[in-house]
Design a protein around this ligand. Structure first.
Ligand code: PMT
Length: 222
């Protein structure tokens, strides 16, 4: 595979969790560290691409030469992703976007009730960022998603590939030891219309380089 395979191309990548505010001091979120998405951004930059990295709240240094946009909630990530997608050739959704957000964000800290009654939290669905970009009729980048699954990994990932109309999906067994959320390593299966390719456990930095080579080869063939 050629080096600098993405020279002259623009790549946008989402990474990390989103944080959905409940009140001024509380939020809903998940265990994504951003490591996978940041590693992809670094690998795409090394492959010659102009990279925009849309990052949820994470504790990671920005890879050299990468343009980083920090966001907090899913709606803010969606807006930044849509703007980046207008200009990019390849879009990769590596973020763990919260599927739901509180229906209302309380202006003041929510108080405990004096009795011991249950508290109920009303949630509304967040927009599906990667599916929105894949559904475009115009200015549609080559669109890649991840699938974080705990069972029937390939079956569920194939379902998401079709339902979200993605060009490629990277299936992640997040229940496996030393893999998935927050780990330095990951093991994935890349799936597209042509078939699938398993990439065994490796450091996310190494895996990212393999993934970028695979994505570049497919995206540029289109
Ligand atoms: O950040 P790390 O700690 O390194 O962990 C990496 C990771 C496990 C988070 C990453 O490899 C991964 O699998 N990311 C996707 C996590 C996820 O939310 O998967 P999902 O199966 O729920 O979503 C499927 C796809 O739709 C993903 O591309 C996701 O970004 C996208 N999505 C989901 C919901 C939503 N509202 N908008 C989206 O764009």
């Amino acid at each position: 595979r050629p080096r600098q395979s993405l020279a002259g191309k623009k790549v946008a990548i989402t990474a990390g969790p989103t944080r959905e505010a409940l009140d001024p001091v509380r939020y809903l979120s998940n265990h994504s560290s951003g490591k996978m998405g940041f590693a992809l951004a670094a690998a795409a930059q090394r492959a010659g691409a102009e990279v925009t990295l849309i990052a949820g709240p994470v504790n990671l240094a920005t890879p050299a030469g990468v343009k980083r946009i920090d966001v907090t909630g899913a709606l803010e990530m969606r807006d930044a992703a849509e703007r980046a997608a207008d200009l990019c050739d390849i879009f990769i959704g590596a973020a763990a976007v919260a599927d739901f957000r509180p229906a209302e964000v309380a202006q003041q800290k929510i108080k405990k009730r004096d009795d011991n009654s249950e508290e109920t939290l009303a949630l509304v669905k967040n927009p599906d960022i990667v599916a929105g970009i894949a559904a475009r009729k115009e200015r549609r980048p080559f669109t890649v998603g991840f699938a974080a699954e705990t069972e029937k990994v390939l079956k569920h990932a194939q379902g998401k590939l079709a339902r979200k109309k993605l060009d490629m999906i990277i299936a992640n067994d997040v229940s496996a030891a030393d893999s998935g959320f927050n780990s330095d390593r990951n093991a994935v299966t890349v799936i597209d219309a042509a078939g699938s390719e398993a990439l065994p456990s490796a450091l996310k930095t190494e895996l990212a380089q393999q993934l970028i080579e695979i994505i570049a080869a497919k995206a540029l063939k289109q």
